[in-house]
Design a protein around this ligand. Structure first.
Ligand SMILES: Cc1cc2nc3c(=O)[nH]c(=O)nc-3n(C[C@H](O)[C@H](O)[C@H](O)COP(=O)(O)OP(=O)(O)OC[C@H]3O[C@@H](n4cnc5c(N)ncnc54)[C@H](O)[C@@H]3O)c2cc1C
Length: 233
């Protein structure tokens, strides 16, 4: 009997821990298939509390962890080195709150990027960061990579659209970085975004939603074209 696996199952339930070699094969690589590392187990927490409890078990056992969203990353960030445990966020995909007035949404980080825009489209809004993988990739993965897409050329990448993030640190401590209002002191939210899963596990994020599609009554955009003979004109 593997005590670590039993301890993890005691936290999240038997079905939420994969430890069979054939099941683990799915998680041996991400979008960078040249590198493969078989994890010791894959755990699927459903809440911040469960994630924190999992981290405490891993810390106690001295086992490394790797957070994972949809595994579309192209830099090997979701690989479990040294037979570590993958913390898979796929079950944490709820949109917890939509604040239409302030154009923000509180989401669990396992939610798929495109599902956020889908949830607010009836308000004439969408979530700006739009990596080409947006039909699959998660907000957590986007935060870790500060992902961007074509709209980001004009409106900024993930770091410009995440107001705050709830993070479970390696020892199981839960911290809130940033928030709806600007805070004094170091921008730890900004440090976390783009840290490729190395600082902890983002479990919830407050997103700002901007810029409607063409059909919105709230905001209409027009393109103006001008022609000059010389750039100095
Ligand atoms: C076809 C295709 C097109 C793509 N197009 C783009 C593009 O246009 N722009 C772009 O920027 N990227 C693009 N990517 C790369 C990739 O989709 C992005 O990096 C995306 O943000 C990864 O999200 P994911 O959920 O798949 O994360 P994963 O691949 O699962 O993980 C990526 C990193 O995030 C960490 N991580 C995951 N979840 C969390 C969490 N909750 N807390 C902390 N760390 C976490 C992981 O440990 C890992 O380091 C593309 C990839 C593919 C395959």
């Amino acid at each position: 009997m593997d005590t670590l696996i039993e301890n993890l199952r005691a936290v999240v339930g038997r079905e939420a821990v994969l430890a069979d070699a054939s099941e683990l094969l799915v998680y041996e690589c991400d979008g960078l298939p040249q590198h493969k590392y078989l994890p010791r187990a894959v755990v699927f927490p459903q809440s911040t509390d469960e994630t924190a409890a999992v981290m405490r078990v891993l810390k106690h056992a001295g086992v490394p962890f790797t957070p994972r969203g949809a595994g579309t990353g192209l830099s090997g960030g979701a690989l479990a080195l040294e037979r570590g445990v993958v913390i898979e966020m796929a079950r944490m995909r709820r949109i917890l709150n939509i604040d239409a007035e302030n154009r923000t949404a509180l989401v669990q980080t396992g939610v798929v990027n495109a599902h956020v825009s889908r949830a607010v489209s009836h308000l004439g809004l969408h979530y700006v960061p739009d990596p080409s993988s947006q039909g699959t990739c998660t907000i957590g993965g986007n935060i870790a990579e500060s992902a961007g897409g074509i709209h980001c050329l004009k409106y900024g990448t993930t770091t410009d659209h995440v107001l705050g993030v709830k993070v479970v640190l390696a020892g199981g401590e839960v911290v809130e970085l940033g928030g709806e209002t600007q805070q004094a002191g170091y921008d730890l939210r900004g440090v976390f975004i783009g840290s490729e899963g190395t600082f902890g596990i983002a479990t919830e994020a407050r997103l700002s939603r901007d810029y409607s599609g063409g059909g919105s009554k709230r905001l209409r955009r027009r393109t103006l074209a001008g022609h000059w003979r010389r750039t100095l004109d």
